[in-house]
Write a new protein. Structure first.
Length: 154
């Protein structure tokens, strides 16, 4: 489970679990409307080397999630994408509007995904598992004004 309240220290939302080096986490970016966003990913350790495999071209659903790495800044849009309908996770991932999917592989440290500064009211949700069986890690709605940020031990 996760919590989208700002009662935690610094207003962060976090679910503590035993880190698993190499675990893939799915990050869903969506909001109460659609618009442009900037997703910033920060990790407390060096990322894995990049996988030279093919990059999906459509991240409209979980199975087409685009791989990102620690330190990446991704510019994108949810305009023209379909509603994503996973189980709600914290304050994010409720399937109420268009969303796009990314994956990031855990490095054993805390990862922060931030949508602060985006151009619309965002939500963010982080899942582990497989696309057919996602488990909520954490989620957030409105961490920094109407934008979202989530941190989790990877």
């Amino acid at each position: 489970g996760a919590d989208d309240s700002q009662d935690c220290s610094g207003g962060t939302t976090e679910l503590i679990f035993t880190p698993s080096y190499g675990r893939v986490h799915y990050v869903l970016v969506q909001g109460t409307s659609i618009g442009d966003f900037n997703l910033t990913l920060d990790c407390n350790a060096d990322p894995f080397p990049e996988d030279p495999g093919p990059t999906p071209t459509n991240n409209d659903d979980c199975s087409g999630a685009i791989a990102v790495s620690c330190g990446d800044v991704v510019s994108g849009t949810t305009v023209g994408f379909n509603d994503s309908n996973p189980s709600a996770c914290g304050g994010g991932g409720d399937g109420a509007s268009a969303g796009v999917w990314y994956t990031i592989t855990g490095n054993g440290d805390v990862i922060t995904a931030s949508l602060c500064g985006s151009g619309f009211d965002t939500q963010i949700a982080v899942y582990s598992g497989s696309c057919g069986s996602l488990s909520c890690v954490t989620g957030n709605d409105d961490f920094c004004g109407l934008q979202s940020q989530a941190s989790w031990p990877s």
